[in-house]
Ligand binder design. Structure first.
Ligand code: NAD
Ligand code: IPM
Ligand code: MN
Length: 352
């Protein structure tokens, strides 16, 4: 039976995760889906209480004894440098070598897009973000801190292995899902060393996929064109930081962070599912948090576990609640987090 570690985390993390867990439990209990969910107390509370965010033994247990992880969000204003977020979230991405960060942005209903004209073919973009290197490794340092000459270095790490495996993952994903074009986003005009390696590797891997169109764009131009013509983009492969930014932009085009799920994957090894959004301290505790990104992340988890039919049912239930306007205020509705969870569960029961 698949064992899932649930890490609700901070802020709205526990609020939205509770609804995703309800959906999983409903499928598991009423539909006989084998699934064991084990809650883990990791987050700012524990870090502030004990001074430890996560231990080596816990990393090892998560890796050894669990099939996947479902995470809410991490981040707390009482931890201004976000040390615990880096330790837990980036720690899991690095430790479990979850090199693929899949961030789909699909327009589920035309009224959700802030664009005047989202285009006749809708929006269906997947950002395939490199998740283990780039500007996220923490390699660097400070020098002469507190003096007029102080400096800070944050190194951008780009390995052939890291680029090749994420580019290949993007083409494989395109092929497996019937998508016809992969776009590389980089800044090769200003960063020639990394840029040349990314572009050369991209071209070499793309040659193995003659059925799929490829293009390389500068990220600034792509950011503009994503707003202008979002319908032409299908799979965008990019480095860690660029992918972080582009996935928030893509989410905004289809209804915002309240709807954006993600999967952090190392095929055959481990997987972590989480909404793209953070702990949203500005709305935590108000009931305004949209749980649909967390619920859609649970659908990605189901799909990963081989429960494709159940995953599709969850997505259909989310779509139905949006169509009926049973949403939180970010999507124009009046329901609170729990009531949206109710609506999705009711829809699932009807469809079962
Ligand atoms: P955020 O995603 O938490 O919030 C950005 C804006 O979107 C806020 O106005 C928030 O109210 C809104 N929003 C986010 N999720 C929403 C939801 N489900 N429903 C309705 N509105 C929602 O980003 P931030 O404010 O930049 O970061 C807050 C904290 O979260 C920081 O500590 C940051 O580091 C952390 N963070 C964590 C993750 C993660 O755990 N994966 C991701 C992003 C940010
Ligand atoms: C995300 C978040 C994280 C990231 C932060 C919290 C470190 O923004 O998952 O998108 O930058 O990857
Ligand atoms: Mn982000």
């Amino acid at each position: 039976m698949p064992r899932i570690a649930v890490i609700p985390g901070d802020g709205i993390g526990p609020e939205v995760t509770r609804q995703a867990v309800r959906v999983l439990r409903l499928l598991s209990e009423e539909r006989g889906l084998p699934l064991e969910l084990v809650e883990w107390d990791l987050g700012a509370e524990r870090y502030l209480r004990t001074g430890t965010a996560i231990t080596e033994a816990e990393f090892a247990e998560l890796e050894r004894d669990y099939h996947a992880i479902l995470l809410g969000a991490l981040g707390d204003p009482r931890v201004p440098d976000n040390a615990h977020t880096r330790a837990i979230l980036l720690g899991l991405r690095f430790r479990l070598d979850l090199y693929i960060n899949l961030r789909p942005a699909r327009l589920l209903h035309p009224r959700l897009s802030p664009l005047k004209d989202p285009g006749e073919h809708g929006i269906d973009i997947v950002v395939v973000r490199e998740n283990t290197e780039g500007l996220y490794t923490g390699i660097g340092g400070q020098f002469k801190r507190g003096t007029p000459d102080e400096l800070a270095l944050e190194q951008d790490v780009n390995t052939r292995k890291g680029i090749e495996r994420i580019v290949r993952a993007a083409f494989e994903y395109a092929r497996a899902t019937g998508r016809r074009r992969v776009t590389l986003a980089d800044k090769a005009n200003a960063m020639p060393h990394a840029g040349e390696l990314w572009r050369r590797t991209f071209a070499e891997v793309a040659a193995e996929y003659p059925d799929i169109e490829r293009e390389a764009l500068y990220i600034d131009a792509l950011a503009l064109d994503l707003v202008r013509r979002p319908g032409r983009y299908q799979v965008i492969v990019t480095s860690n930081l660029f992918g972080d930014i582009l996935s928030d932009l893509a989410a905004a085009l289809v209804g915002g962070l309240g709807l954006a799920p993600s999967a952090n994957l190392h095929p055959g090894r481990h997987a972590l599912f989480e909404p793209v959004h953070g702990s949203a301290p500005d709305i935590a505790g108000t009931g305004r948090a949209n749980p649909l990104a967390a619920i859609l992340s649970a659908a990605l988890l189901l799909d990963h576990l081989g429960y494709a039919r159940e995953a599709a049912r969850v997505e259909a239930a989310v779509r139905a609640t949006i169509e009926r306007g049973e949403t939180t205020p970010d999507l124009g509705g009046t329901l609170d987090t729990e009531r949206v969870g109710d609506a999705v569960c009711a829809e699932l029961r009807r469809s079962g």
